[in-house]
Design a protein. Structure first.
Length: 109
């Protein structure tokens, strides 16, 4: 899935991440998705992407984070992820809620 916008470095990074994910037991499709998302986020953080989300540029790099927010554990999802789900579920008053309130509101629906 390497793209024309990617540099040779990013293509190598994509292949390495994809191979690593496959070695850990991911399917080819899932490995490609993980690799593409990681490379695109790194490009956004490095200022190489034309468009990028606020979360992509301000968040921790995927290599450092390493699954810390895999919807498990004490931290769970980020506030932005919870907010996006609340928006999809059309929960009233979501913009004034903090992370804990969003977790409760999303969990109820």
């Amino acid at each position: 899935m390497p793209q024309q916008a990617w540099s040779k470095k990013r293509e190598r990074q994509y292949q390495d991440i994809k191979q690593g994910a496959k070695e850990r037991g991911s399917s080819t499709k899932r490995a490609e998705e993980i690799a593409a998302r990681t490379v695109n986020k790194n490009r956004a953080q490095a200022g190489e992407a034309r468009r990028s989300s606020r979360v992509s540029t301000k968040d921790v790099s995927p290599q450092h984070r390493g699954g810390k927010r895999s919807h498990e554990g004490p931290q769970g999802r980020t506030r932005d992820q919870l907010y996006a789900e609340a928006r999809r579920k059309k929960i009233e008053g979501r913009s004034k809620m903090n992370k804990q309130e969003l977790e409760r509101a999303v969990g109820r629906n």
